[in-house]
Design a binder for this molecule. Structure first.
Ligand code: PMV
Length: 354
């Protein structure tokens, strides 16, 4: 804890990954607490790098001097970031006296069907945590530091709180995982994850890269009055129990069954809300069909999930890379927008760059 505001300046830099949910967070309570627990893993190649230059002094008022994305000033995003950082001053009082400049670089195209907000808000939270650590002489690593960063990332974008660790990460309290919390993410112990699930690949199949008709924030809000709200909470709890069991025992089929059930349930909730809406495209449905028949035909453990959009994440153990790549090239890439897909895999979490 700081007493008084010292005059100081410097620069911090973090790289943080996007994550893909297997059990979906859908619907929230104020302030950004989830309606149900969710589970995800972070990606290796889909990352955002953020450098934050700071000047802090008693006579400075909070101010974001500039925000750039891939070398270009980005005023649209700057407003959201400024509001977010100003809100964090409740937890980091020094921010009230900070002048900041933020430079961010994304390794993946903004509209590639990968949620960039999880990577961006987790990197921002880590940068603010690092500034505090440098001012107080605390460590910029370790479980306490990451838990606090996860708490802060959650306030920017709920799913961002799951981007702080490699391996499988859970967010939301569940009796099945000690230490799980609605406040922040929590990494599953190695012992809770069978080795068959430690090297998963994720092929992101881009069906449509345009901005969605209905944003995730609007989708979360529609869950307040959703006729299946109660059932969804029960279903997510049940699916969490089943997928945790599958992860522990190495039951690949059950893992895939739960993952696909979660993806299609998420989209059913969108269709059955008021007003209802559909984010899947005809090619999304065609791909789902082809993936399921490929699996039946070849017994390859490749399963799909979808975020709140039309693009498919095809998840499979790295040991089946050749077969799945051949399948994508022969049967799926022609259904992708301009043949585009991203070859990604499970990553190890954020990296401190400076
Ligand atoms: O964190 P948000 O508000 O972008 O919501 C994410 C919602 C889903 O991606 C659909 C599911 C999830 O758990 O990531």
């Amino acid at each position: 804890m700081l007493t008084g505001i010292p005059n100081t300046s410097g620069s911090v830099e973090w790289q943080s990954p996007a994550n893909i949910a297997l059990v979906k967070y859908w619907g929230k309570r104020p302030v950004q607490w989830p309606m149900n627990p969710s589970l995800s893993f972070v990606l290796k190649e889909s990352v955002v790098r953020i450098r934050m230059d700071y000047e802090i002094g008693a006579d400075i008022d909070f101010h974001l001097r500039g925000f750039s994305l891939n070398g270009q000033d980005n005023e649209a995003f700057a407003g959201r970031i400024e509001r977010y950082l100003s809100g964090l001053s409740t937890f980091f009082p020094f921010l009230r006296h900070a002048r900041l400049s933020i430079h961010s670089h994304s390794s993946f195209p903004h509209s590639a069907g990968i949620a960039s907000s999880a990577a961006a808000f987790s990197a921002l939270a880590l940068c603010v945590g690092s500034i505090e650590a440098r001012m107080t002489g605390k460590e910029e690593s370790g479980s306490e530091f990451l838990r606090k960063a996860s708490f802060m990332a959650r306030l920017g974008s709920g799913s961002a709180c799951r981007s702080l660790w490699g391996g499988m990460v859970i967010w939301g309290h569940t009796k099945w995982v000690a230490g799980s919390s609605d406040d922040h993410g929590c990494r599953l112990d190695e012992g809770a994850v069978h080795e068959d699930f430690r090297q998963l690949n994720d092929a992101v199949l881009i069906v449509d890269s345009r901005t969605k008709k209905v944003s995730s924030s609007e989708g979360h809000a529609l869950m307040h009055t959703h006729p299946f709200r109660k059932q969804r909470v029960e279903q997510a709890g049940h699916n969490m129990e089943r997928i945790l069991g599958a992860l522990r025992s190495g039951h690949m089929d059950l893992f895939g069954e739960v993952m696909e059930n979660e993806a299609l349930s998420l989209h059913s909730l969108m269709m059955s809300s008021t007003p209802g809406y559909i984010l899947m495209h005809p090619n999304t449905i065609l791909m789902i069909d082809r993936i399921r028949s490929f699996r039946q035909r070849t017994h390859t453990p490749a399963y799909l999930t979808l975020d709140a959009g039309p693009n498919i994440h095809l998840i499979y153990p790295a040991s089946h890379k050749e077969a799945v790549r051949g399948f994508i090239v022969e049967e799926l890439s022609s259904l992708c927008e301009d043949g585009r897909w991203i070859d990604d895999r499970m990553g190890e979490g954020p990296v401190a760059l400076g």
